[in-house]
Design a binder for this molecule. Sequence first.
Ligand code: GLA
Length: 386
Amino acid sequence: MRLTIDDVRSRFIKHFDGTTGSVYASPGRINLIGEHTDYNNGFVFPGAVQQGMIAEIKPNGTRNVNAYSIDLKDKVTFSLDDPEGPSATWARYIFGVCREMMALGVPVEGFNTAFAGDVPLGAGMSSSAALESCFAFACNDLWGNNKIEKMELARVGQRTEHKYIGCNCGIMDQFASVFGKAGSLMRLDCRSGEFAYFPWNPNGYKLVLVNSCVKHQLAGSPYNDRRLSCERVAAVIAKHHSEVETLRDANYDYLEEVKSEVSDEDYKRAKYVIGEVDRVLKVCDALEEGDYETVGQMMYATHYGLSQEYEVSCEELDFLNDIAKDCGVTGSRIMGGGFGGCTINLVSNELYDNFVKTAKEKFQAKYGKEPIIIDVVIGDGSRKLC
Ligand code: GLA
């Protein structure tokens, strides 16, 4: 069941003073290809999904934010002027966004809010970016005269992750949530910020997520370590090739030159990233030709890299990837930051039913629970609902 405005509004009325406010929505995202490339200044190729966060917000004439998480049934009050902020992680996302908007000169005032989401948590579909983008968009609308540009709203979410949550993420998730457009994927150059919409209507194929329901936690996790590996290798390459700022600027030859100067582990991590930046561009070209076989091969190559070189997969996701391969699925790979969550699969219409059935049965037999199947529909980005 999809989340509706009424689900949120009824709780807002119940938990506050009976009046209503303004309602905003922001989506989660999928990513066709380009994983762990964003913080290396490479390319990504995400799209927003229909699932997301909905928040009702009403200024309350104080400096306090009273926030109610409908999903967690938890209420937190924090002051906009207390630099410490609340301790509950979910409330820190809202606090961080408000503080970052204030730092941009937006005169955010105290408010009451109730919010809920239908992005599965920990599935690698960016529920946290949906939350951040929703509140950044709302603050801009309510107190900023919509003067802050959309890319800056995405950066507000990213800075919130860095400064208030402890996850040194790239820009992909917040970008996708803010800029999403129904029916289109987006190729973003994370170095220049340039992006293009690519209509997504793969004739004869479906995109389907298979959620292993293994929960990942990126904050303070190996995610930050991966980023450090990339930065270390880029710094060593830069000693030989001064034009190299990030792995985006490197190539396999440069990497080979410094092989003895970096750890084996860092070498593998960098090898994956250099290949992945290139795969995004290959996928874009292939899509323009309607060549889904190449798109699929690139997805499998990404999975291999994420699993064996970048080492952010897990047993369950590798198992789901093998099932996809066995079923003849065109492309399949782990999606998002890793360490759990979903695989994203490009499946021809005729193989779809069998793939879904087989994935459910085999996963259930091995892990004692069914994976959750999510058909991808590419939806719109951050917006005001009413
Ligand atoms: C997480 C991060 C993104 C990106 C992906 C991996 O979702 O938030 O910035 O790095 O992992 O592609």
